[in-house]
Design a protein around this ligand. Structure first.
Ligand SMILES: [Zn+2]
Length: 313
């Protein structure tokens, strides 16, 4: 039985990451050389996106055969193995940031546009599974571009396992693509939930509170700490709702619902501009477009947490 489909943006990645095979350099080289291999070029971390063929069809990722990459694929290009797709074709991401204007000159001229992933996800005109793969590609590529040196001894490190790790040839240390966990939680008390807003957000928008996890704490402890630090609220129970890869640049959003013990808000005005308890009916009204608070966009896991609360969960 596969996992049930998640409503959360950037979840539902369909790839088989071939963890038992990708450590074999010969196998990996054969996948790279295979005529059925598909490559998505990323230019300054923005993937190539093809125009819509027919109105309403949605847009497609620029998955290209190796030959179509032309001179953009160099021997020293950063090429990452993402995994095998449902048709058992190997998928790779390739950094083409060395090109100066790839939409106008070179092998990708006239094919489409290199687009920011967050903006692309917000448009809603691409399949969710494809966005999940692009989130993976962006997160992995960004990590390699920023982690070229061993954190132990400072020597230049080398890619291993198709990009799933880096190895230091000097001291032998292995480094793995980092994921920074963030807890994001909706505290509830009876028929109200706690929402906050940061300075600079769109007018009237309120959302779930969030913060980075710290070393030596559990998810539940991080949720309790953040709610207390930011709003002075104590919680007695924490329930996991769902997770969201958030490759801006390397987060994993851990969505939770928390039972609050108290309702007295003590605001940390460095973190938040305002926080308030909002009635379920007002959250429901917001989802129905009937006023109340302005809710975060659908691509944010806070949207899903607030929807869960509005639906009585
Ligand atoms: Zn080292």
């Amino acid at each position: 039985m596969p996992l049930p489909e998640s409503p959360i943006m950037f979840a539902n990645n369909p790839l088989d990451r071939a963890g038992h095979l990708r450590g074999n350099a010969d196998w990996l080289a054969a996948q790279f050389a295979d005529d059925s291999a598909l490559f998505v070029p990323l230019w300054h971390l923005q993937p190539l996106i093809l125009p819509e063929l027919n109105p309403g069809d949605g847009r497609d990722v620029g998955w290209l055969p190796r030959v179509a990459l032309g001179e953009a694929l160099r021997p020293d290009s950063l090429s990452l193995f993402l995994g095998m797709n449902r048709r058992n074709k190997p998928l790779f991401a390739v950094d083409v940031s060395q090109l100066s204007s790839p939409e106008d000159i070179g092998p990708f001229k006239g094919m489409g546009h290199f687009e920011d992933l967050r903006s692309l996800a917000a448009t809603g005109d691409m399949a969710r599974t494809e966005l999940a793969i692009l989130a993976q590609a962006k997160a992995m590529l960004d990590w390699h571009l920023r982690h070229g040196f061993c954190a132990v001894c400072g020597a230049p490190s080398q890619m291993g396992e198709g990009g799933y790790k880096r190895i230091c040839p000097s001291c032998g240390a292995e480094h793995f693509p980092r994921t920074d966990p963030v807890v994001i939680m909706l505290a509830t008390h009876g028929d109200k939930c706690l929402l906050g807003r940061q300075k600079g957000w769109p007018e009237g928008m309120y959302s779930a509170l969030a913060g980075f996890m710290e070393p030596g704490e559990t998810i539940e402890e991080a949720v309790a700490r953040e709610l207390h630090e930011e709003a002075g609220i104590h919680v007695s129970a924490v329930r996991y709702y769902g997770g969201q890869p958030w490759p801006f640049p390397a987060s994993l959003m851990i969505g939770c619902l928390a039972d609050a013990d108290s309702t007295q808000i003590s605001l940390d005005d460095v973190e938040l501009e305002d926080a308030k308890w909002v009635a379920r009916a007002d959250v429901q009204a917001a989802f129905n477009g009937a006023g109340g608070v302005a809710i975060p966009p659908e691509m944010a896991i806070a949207h899903q947490l607030m929807r869960a609360f509005a639906e009585g969960n």
